[in-house]
Structure formats: C-alpha cells, structure tokens
Design a binder for this molecule. Structure first.
Ligand SMILES: Cc1ncc(C[n+]2csc(CCOP(=O)(O)OP(=O)(O)O)c2C)c(N)n1
Ligand SMILES: [Mg+2]
Length: 435
C-alpha cells in the first residue's frame, strides 16, 4: 500500500483469505498512520540559475505542461505571464491547465491540433513541466529544451534536453521565478493565441447540429454532453475516436475531472474507469464516453451499474465500427477489413439490464435525451448513432481534393509526419478549405 501511494500508479494488493480469519494480538498492532510531511522539491540554486539564463535569453519561450502541473495552476500562469509564453498541454495536462488560462493554445500530439503543434515548433526555448509527452516527432528540432519532472528517470527520455531538473513543478517555479526577467515582447504569444483562436473556431464549428442531418455528428454529441454536464462532473472516455472528442470538446474548470487510459491506450476503459470513479465519489456525476467497440468489449460490466447501484451515465458513440483503427489501417495503406461492428440497440439492451436506456438517431432528440439521462437518479445509457469519421482532423474539403488529401492527411498524421501535414494545412489547401 505504501508503494501504491508513493508510486501514484496502478496497484493490486492481494490478501490471502485466511489472513482475514487470523487474529493479531493487540500488543503487535499499532494504528499510528504514516503521514508524510510536505517536502519542498526543487533543483539547487546553480541549476535554477542556468535555467533562468536560458529562459531570459529566449525570445520565443513555449511551455508544454502535463499531469505534473496538478496543483500548480497559479504558478504556471504567473510563469507564462513573466515569459510571455503560450501554454501547450499534453492530454494529461488538460484538466490541470486548460481552464482560466489566457495563455492556452491547446493540445499538441497525434490527437491535438495545429495551434499546439505550431507554438512548439516556432519556439526557441521549450519548457517542459511535469510531462512525459511521448511523441518524439512533435518536439522542436532546434529549440533549447528545459525539462522539470519529479521523476529523475523521465528526464530526456522523450527528447534530448539541454537542462533536466528534478523537482515538483510548483516548488521549482516558486524558486525559479525571482531569477526571471519580465519579457516585454508578446509577438510569439500573440501569434500563437491568434492561431489557437482560429483553430478553436473551426473545431467548434463542427460541434453543431448539422441541419438535422443524420447520422449525428460525434462532435455535436460531445459538445452537448459538455454543455449539460455538472460543474464537477467526472468524465471518462474510451480509446478510439471518443478520445479525440474528449480532448477537443470537454471543457475543464478545475473542478471537473477527466480520466482515461492515457498511459496504456487500452480500449474499453471508459466504463470501468467510470465504475471506479463513481464508487469513490457516490454523489458526483460520472459520465463515460464510450465507443461501441469499447463498450461491447466489456459489455457484461454494464450489469455492475445496477448491481452496485452506481448512477453512471454512459454515452455510446455508436458508429458501427472500430473507427479509429480504420483510420490507422488507411494510413498504412491497408484496405479496411474486419472493422465493421454489428450492434444491437444498446438502449434496449441497457433497459433489459435495469438501466435507463435510449437510442438516439435524430439530432433533435439528442439534447433532451442527454438532459433526461443526466437528471435520472440511477444509471443511464444513451446509444447515439453517430457518423463514422473519415478524418479526425478538420475540415471538409472539395470533392476533387478529397481523395488525395484525405489519404495524405491520415498517412502523415498517423505515420507521425505531422509537420508535413500541418504545413500543408496552413498553406493554400487549407486556406481554400477554410475560406
Ligand atoms: C485492448 C485494445 N485492443 C485494440 C486496440 C486498438 N484500437 C484502438 S482504438 C480501436 C477501435 C475502437 O473502437 P470503438 O470503441 O468503437 O471507438 P471508435 O474509434 O469506433 O469511435 C482499436 C481496435 C486497443 N487500443 N486496445
Ligand atoms: Mg466505434
């Protein structure tokens, strides 16, 4: 149990049954808990000085933040203010950094979007705060890189770094800040913010009811869930395209939580994660964004909801396919095979298990159904028939461009050559598309 707490990770504690039947004599038992005192964890002064020298010399500093920024929101904002830095987040940093953040330029990576990617690409100094962001091709080539992490073994593991510092994000920034000069040039920040605003607008333009057309847009589903969910909701999401919708359309506020299979990337995690969250927080709204493939992989687990009296709300993005791997297969030049799913009516299946259940096929029915499900006292499931994605990056393109561009885009994004793709997106093709 100590190791589980110390490592802050997944743990299984196995207790042989007979242990519960044995008695421990009173004099061998101590109930004094081990309560760690709070420590200050930061690099030494000469190291901080070196970091400050690099940051003070930079003219385009970008911050990349991950889950290690938890509890350091105020520090990171103050730092960005001093350095005039855009803040990019890795997915696990989203819930800790995205809210109340005038420096936010979105997410980078395979599932991220152009503004996050560009803010890093154009930086001359990249400051990594509590992130183990894995995709090497999204790191800058020429920038100086400083990395802060509490786990020394993670320094330099994803990209070569000029300075690796062991420390908590909060304590390190507290100690570093007095050594930094306030920057006056906002060019890099303002350009990144402008780009993000445009990116955000084009993403948001997709999260609408598209003239009552069917199948429903998955972006719209995520947008409505986001709008109607409680202020302190816990969201979980399946690996697959629900991951993308969660990244793009769930708004964090410091009270909401967002949890997923960030490290392992396993399918079917939304429901079991939601069961865990709801078991720990009985009174909180817990919403699972599930794929149809993910849900059916652990379908029997739905019975746990009525069984354990867990009022989890499950939203199924039912695209009758393993949609995300279809994209990966296309990227590899493989003709799709074996990715179709033949699904039951999940709403009816849920009802058969004693769960409030409904199937939604018409856009107009979506919002009332979600509102009703969220207001329902017990567990609820909505089976939303959504469009299959052709492309998980924006936007629609004209017919003659579509074929080549789509294939090229998926190939480059998923083969990790996003630089080429995003450059393409920012040049004439994209401009034609966006106009
Ligand atoms: C256990 C497991 N098996 C396979 C994969 C590879 N994989 C990633 S996403 C995906 C498809 C997910 O399908 P679904 O849940 O329906 O979501 P969709 O992408 O269709 O929205 C697969 C097979 C995985 N990540 N984990
Ligand atoms: Mg699917």
């Amino acid at each position: 149990m100590r190791a589980a707490v110390e490592e802050n990770g997944v743990a299984v504690v196995v207790i042989p049954g007979e242990v519960f039947q044995s008695r421990l004599s009173g004099d061998r038992w101590s109930s004094r808990p081990v309560v760690p005192a709070r420590s200050v964890l930061r690099p030494d002064d000469p190291t901080l000085r070196r970091a400050a020298d690099i940051l003070n010399a930079g003219s385009r500093v970008t911050i990349l933040g991950g889950a290690g920024t938890a509890g350091a929101h105020a520090q990171v904002m103050a730092l960005a203010d001093t350095l005039n830095s855009p803040i990019v987040h890795a997915f696990r940093g989203k819930e800790h950094l995205e809210y109340d953040n005038p420096y936010d330029v979105g997410m980078t990576g395979l599932l991220g979007y152009a503004s996050g990617y560009k803010a890093i690409k154009e930086a001359d100094v990249l400051l990594m705060l509590g992130t183990d962001f894995p995709y090497t091709q999204f790191y800058p080539e020429d920038a100086a890189i400083i990395q802060v992490d509490i786990r020394g073994r993670h320094l330099g593991r994803r990209t070569p770094v000029d300075l690796g510092m062991v420390g908590s994000v909060r304590d390190t920034i507290d100690a570093l800040s007095p050594l930094l000069k306030q920057k006056t040039d906002r060019t890099h920040l303002d350009r990144s913010l402008r780009h993000y605003r445009r990116t955000r607008e084009s993403l948001d333009a997709l999260a609408v009811n598209d003239r009552d057309r069917t199948p429903i847009r998955p972006e719209y589903v995520a947008g409505v869930v986001n709008r109607l969910a409680a202020d302190d909701a816990v969201f979980t999401f399946d690996v697959g395209s629900p991951t993308i919708w969660a990244a793009r359309y769930l708004t964090m506020n410091g009270r909401r939580r967002l949890t997923g299979s960030f490290t392992h990337g396993t399918m079917a995690c939304a429901l079991p994660h939601a069961i865990g969250a709801q078991t720990a927080h009985r009174g909180r709204q817990v919403i699972a964004l599930a794929g149809d493939g993910g849900l059916t992989m652990l379908f029997g687990e739905l019975i746990t909801l009525p069984q354990n009296d867990l009022p989890v709300k499950v939203i199924v993005f039912n695209n009758s396919s393993l949609n995300f791997v279809e994209l990966e297969m296309k990227a590899a030049g493989v003709v799709n095979f074996g990715t179709d799913l033949s699904n039951p009516d999940f709403g009816a299946a849920a009802r058969a298990m004693g769960i409030w259940g409904r199937r939604v096929e018409q856009p107009a029915d979506l919002e009332p159904a979600i509102a009703e499900a969220l207001a329902h006292e017990g567990p609820a499931l909505i089976d939303v028939v959504v469009a299959r994605q052709e492309l998980t990056i924006p936007p629609a393109i004209s017919a003659e461009q579509a074929k080549g561009f789509t294939i090229y885009a998926i190939r480059t994004i998923l083969a990790g050559r996003a630089d080429e793709l995003l450059d393409l997106v920012t040049t004439n093709v994209a401009r034609r598309i966006l106009d």
